[in-house]
Structure formats: structure tokens, C-alpha cells
Design a binder for this molecule. Structure first.
Ligand SMILES: [Mg+2]
Length: 342
């Protein structure tokens, strides 16, 4: 589970929005209160604090809108209907138009009690409403209903994220799996094409991995894979990517690196493995890997580039292992031209 959590952290470092739990470390849920009346605001604040909620307040509609758009905004909001700047329903409508996740549960607070007003308020996307002056017990019950929805959605988001990670990451190492790293390769190559920037591609294969499994057991083999994954993670740049491409094979993407830089980076990774043996249950395992490096070329498909890196890797294996071999991508003629050429 630890490596999956590390993956979640890493994914969020890679640009996903930071996850903010709806409940603080002391189990209190934060509730957003927007009301232009200081008396009403203070009364609401004092009341909900009594029930163990933490209050975050705004004094008008504009401030409410600014604060609710923040990443760490409370998920449960009580919005007064009539406020300067934006009204409660206006804030709610803008919030729903953004359609962002996680969901903000909105309770509209209104002194209006005519039915048509209510319909307008609920039409703006509010989840519930409360008439002013509010009844304490009614507020309590409605906040509890909101809290249940927020917690339920939080749980759903966590499960969905866990499933997404399971589907895209290797469960042993926590690295991207084959499908995911290949997708990333396609994305990086598209970027290289658009921005006319280089991109390094490295395939590495642990040398004589079968011997480790046979001599020390599969647990030792697993420990080696996990340790190498850890070393890779800690030693690549934030915008690089590494994935487990096969059993003991890894694919590393180095955006911005031409072939020379790619070879230098591959050499650095090679030393990172070879220079420090792995200790497993008191046994010292001397592990090395062979590397094949190439780089982006506009005429090449992702599959062709992987193939070229693979060919370089085979040369590294045949040349004695524990080394880096590079191959510049050549020009591949379209199939139609090949047919006429021969
Ligand atoms: Mg008001």
C-alpha cells in the first residue's frame, strides 16, 4: 500500500490538484458561511462551532466567490441569499457552472419564504435551504445531511483515485505500468513535435535477473525491483517519467534531452544501480542493468523509437552488459516508398 500512496503523492506532484480532505486533523468539518449581516454571521458561527464544525466566513458575495474557488475551500457552504457583490443563488450558479470536483454542498439561507423564490434558489444548484431566522435544530439536521453527502463523495473520489492508480500503475513498484508509460511516451513525442524540442528514450533491463530469482528467491527479485524503482523516482527530474515496461525492463522518458544528454542520464542511472549493492535479508545483491538509448525524431512513431532503443539495449547486452548503448533514430521511409525502392 505504501508504494501506492507514494504514487498518489507523486501523481499530485506531477500536476494533479492537491487533495484537501474535508475534515481537519481533529475530525472537524469546515463550513463556509457567507452573510453580509455581522449579527447573523456571528450567530451562525457560534452555533455551528458548538456542534464541532469549524467556520470559515465571508462578508459579501464577491469574497464568497473568491474563497469558494480556492483549492482548499470548505465543501459545505451556507450562503445568505441577499448579499452585496453576488447574491447567494448567483454564487451557487457560478460554482455549478465550473462543475469542479470535489463538490461543494450549498445551503441557501433566506428570509424569503415564498415558494417561487425557493424554486429560483434551488434552480441555481443549491442543495438545500434554510429560512431566516433559522431554527437551531433544523440547521443542525440539514448540516448533518450535507456532511453525509460531502463525506460520501470524498469516499467515492478516493476509491476512484485508487482504482485509477491500480489500472495505471504497477502494483509491485508503484511505477507507471506499461500502458501508462507508453501513453506518456506518445504525449511527450507529440509535445516534442509541436515545440520542436528533443526527448530522450531509454530502455533498461536488469542483468541476469533470473539468477537473482533462482538463487535468492522471488522475494529478493521483488525487493530488487522495488529498490530500483525507488532509486529511479528519487533521481529523475520532476518532468521525466519512468515506468515498468516488462518483467525486469523499465522505460525512461527524458523530455528536453538530445541523444548526448540522454546517454549521460542513462549512464547516471546505470551507476546508480551498479555502484550500490542492494541488501535483502542480510544478503548483498550486486545488481547491474543494461541500457539502450535513443531520442525523438519527427519521422518516427513511438513504436519505432521503442524498437530502436530496444536494439541498442540488445547491443549493450551482447557487448558485456552493465553498459549504455545509443542509437540515433534513422530515417524510415513510408511503406509505399519502400515497396517502390525494392
Ligand atoms: Mg443578507
Amino acid at each position: 500500500m505504501t508504494h501506492l500512496i507514494e504514487s498518489i503523492q507523486r501523481e499530485s506532484e506531477e500536476g494533479a490538484e492537491d487533495y484537501v480532505a474535508p475534515i481537519d486533523s481533529e475530525g472537524r468539518m469546515r463550513v463556509f458561511i457567507a452573510d453580509d449581516s455581522a449579527m447573523s454571521r456571528h450567530l451562525l458561527e457560534a452555533t455551528i462551532k458548538k456542534w464541532g464544525y469549524e467556520a470559515v466566513t465571508a462578508t459579501d458575495g464577491e469574497q464568497a466567490w473568491d474563497m469558494l474557488q480556492k483549492n482548499d475551500a470548505p465543501r459545505l457552504a451556507i450562503l445568505d441569499w441577499m448579499m452585496p457583490g453576488f447574491s447567494g443563488p448567483e454564487v451557487c450558479r457560478m460554482l455549478r457552472a465550473k462543475n469542479r470536483e470535489p463538490y461543494t454542498y450549498v445551503l441557501l439561507l433566506t428570509s424569503r419564504d415564498q415558494k417561487e423564490d425557493l424554486i429560483e434558489g434551488m434552480d441555481s444548484g443549491a442543495d438545500d435551504y434554510l429560512s431566516k431566522p433559522f431554527d437551531q435544530q433544523e440547521l443542525n439536521v440539514r448540516l448533518r445531511a450535507g456532511r453525509r453527502i460531502v463525506e460520501l463523495q470524498d469516499e467515492l473520489l478516493r476509491v476512484r483515485e485508487a482504482l485509477r492508480l491500480q489500472a495505471t500503475h504497477d502494483s509491485l513498484t508503484g511505477l507507471k505500468n506499461r500502458g501508462m508509460i507508453f501513453d506518456r511516451l506518445c504525449t511527450e513525442l507529440t509535445r516534442s513535435k509541436r515545440e520542436q524540442t528533443p526527448c530522450g528514450i531509454v530502455i533498461l533491463d536488469i542483468d541476469r535477473f533470473k539468477l537473482i530469482n533462482d538463487a535468492e528467491g522471488h522475494a529478493a527479485g521483488d525487493a530488487v525491483l522495488r529498490e530500483l524503482a525507488r532509486r529511479f523516482r528519487e533521481n529523475i527530474r520532476p518532468y521525466d517519467a519512468v515506468g515498468r515496461y516488462g518483467g525486469e525492463e523499465f522505460l525512461v522518458l527524458l523530455p528536453g534531452c538530445d541523444l548526448t544528454n540522454t546517454v549521460n542520464q542513462a549512464e547516471r542511472l546505470r551507476r546508480l544501480i551498479a555502484d550500490k549493492p542492494i541488501l535483502h535479508n542480510g544478503v548483498t545483491l550486486c545488481v547491474t542493468a543494461s541500457f539502450g538509448a535513443t531520442c525523438y525524431a519527427p519521422s518516427m512513431t513511438p513504436e519505432q523509437l521503442v524498437q530502436i532503443a530496444d536494439e541498442a539495449l540488445y547491443r549493450a547486452k551482447n557487448g558485456g552488459r552493465n553498459r549504455v548503448e545509443a542509437q540515433a533514430p534513422g530515417i524510415v521511409l513510408p511503406e509505399s516508398m519502400i515497396q517502390t525502392a525494392f
